[in-house]
Design a protein around this ligand. Structure first.
Ligand code: HEC
Ligand code: HEC
Length: 359
């Protein structure tokens, strides 16, 4: 609510200074803050929910052996044709699970068409990729390995590499004890997916949602209030603040430059009503996953928010609202699990291991 600005008289100034003094000293200010915090938490509980401990589906089992194998494969550059590119090249844990490039660079410096989203918390999304073309992290993981502009490999190459290294053969048997022939391309995805299901981050905002009223500072609380009141919650909801629905978006660059706008979900469904539709991205760790949008064309978080407010909600945010929202976005960052950060010791190649190729 906007109050009219009037020049305060000396008297009102000193009265309010006195009141602030009294409130702080009688603990009354605390009570007021607590009320505001509680009220916001109550409102927020309608749109958001606490982060789970992991992202395994109900009944889905994963042993330590499976998760550790998945972690090794995630860091394994020998799955790529060049022996140079792993999942971690583009989804770097030192960089919040992204590469901080407008669009990713893969085999022989080829550029892909899209910006890489983070792998952190991705397992919680209802579908994978910016257009939602894969249902889960297990099936998604098999795509970049074969993509000619990413890892440029083949199923045969991947299996030849893994079968040539005795420790991998042993580890596949330990990870899939019920299978006679566990070393399959599909199981590469199952293992990497299991590892991704523990890649969750816990933000100050999550602590707030779990009931720690002091987890957010005043700016961040104002940002949360703005986020709900201006309607960002039409799309960015649940524990991931996104990742579940689709919405139409053409970036300012696509509108202004001489470039063909990305067709988004239309490529997958062929339906006119899906033209330029993209998955509403999760906003967890968004302060660190610049540049923004599916074409990575915007580096500034403030300008990103100004743009989505205008195109998705048809509103012009004030500078103050933008500042609040940016503060709130920062409260959505969390630490990468320490287990994931520890680089695994990968077993050495043997004489039978296919050699890297830069063709
Ligand atoms: C060359 C860079 C590159 C490599 C290597 C790469 N990715 Fe990606 N990843 C991307 C890009 C770009 C996208 C978005 C593509 C799209 O939506 O069309 C993406 C999307 C994803 C997503 C979807 C996340 C979401 O929110 O929808 C996941 C999960 C993911 N990658 C995991 C992996 C895994 C696991 C590997 C290794 C097997 C891997 N990536 C290898 C660049 C890369
Ligand atoms: C109608 C649905 C909708 C609403 C409402 C909405 N967004 Fe989004 N938002 C999207 C979509 C879709 C994208 C992804 C655009 C793309 O790159 O294709 C996006 C992207 C973003 C991004 C960039 C994320 C990234 O990784 O590139 C931020 C930040 C963001 N929104 C914040 C907000 C804020 C803050 C509000 C409220 C002012 C808001 N959004 C309202 C749908 C919405």
């Amino acid at each position: 609510m906007k109050s009219q600005i009037v020049a305060p008289s000396l008297l009102t100034l000193s009265v309010s200074a006195f009141l602030v003094f009294m409130l702080n000293n009688c603990g009354e200010a605390d009570t007021y803050d607590k009320q505001y915090q509680r009220q916001l938490l109550e409102q927020a509980a309608v749109f958001f929910r606490p982060m789970p401990d992991n992202a395994f589906a109900e009944g889905q089992e994963a042993s330590e052996e499976l998760i550790e194998l998945g972690k090794m494969l995630y860091y394994e550059p020998r799955l790529s044709k060049s022996g140079l590119i792993s999942c971690h090249t583009c989804h770097n844990f030192g960089l919040a699970g992204v590469d901080n490039l407008p669009v990713s660079v893969g085999h022989r410096w080829q550029k892909g068409p899209r910006n890489a989203p983070t792998v952190l918390n991705a397992a919680l999304h209802s579908s994978q990729f910016l257009d939602g073309r894969e249902p889960d992290v297990e099936s998604q993981a098999l795509m970049p390995i074969l993509d000619p502009v990413e890892m440029a490999s083949s199923e045969e190459h991947v299996l030849a590499v893994l079968k040539s290294i005795p420790e991998y053969v042993k580890r596949f048997h330990a990870a899939f004890p019920e299978e006679d022939e566990p070393l399959t391309y599909k199981n590469v995805g199952v293992a990497i997916g299991a590892f991704e299901r523990i890649l969750l981050t816990y933000s100050p905002f999550d602590s707030f949602i779990k009931g720690d009223l002091d987890a957010l500072n005043e700016e961040e609380l104002n940002g949360l209030e703005t986020f709900m009141s201006v309607g960002c919650v039409t799309c960015h909801v649940r524990e991931t603040l996104g990742g579940h629905t689709f919405s139409k978006f053409i970036t300012p660059r696509e509108l202004s430059d001489d470039v063909e706008p990305d067709s988004g979900r239309f490529n997958l469904t062929g339906r006119e009503e899906d033209m330029h539709f993209f998955k509403v991205p999760s906003l967890l760790n968004v302060a660190e996953t610049y540049p923004y949008f599916h074409d990575g064309s915007e580096w500034s978080l403030t300008e990103t928010i100004r743009e989505v407010a205008s195109s998705q909600l048809d509103i012009d945010l004030t500078d103050e609202e933008l500042d609040f929202l940016v503060s709130f976005m920062h409260a959505l960052s969390g630490e990468v699990p320490e287990y994931a950060l520890k680089i695994p010791d990968l077993p050495p190649s043997t004489a039978d291991t296919p050699k890297p190729s830069f063709e």
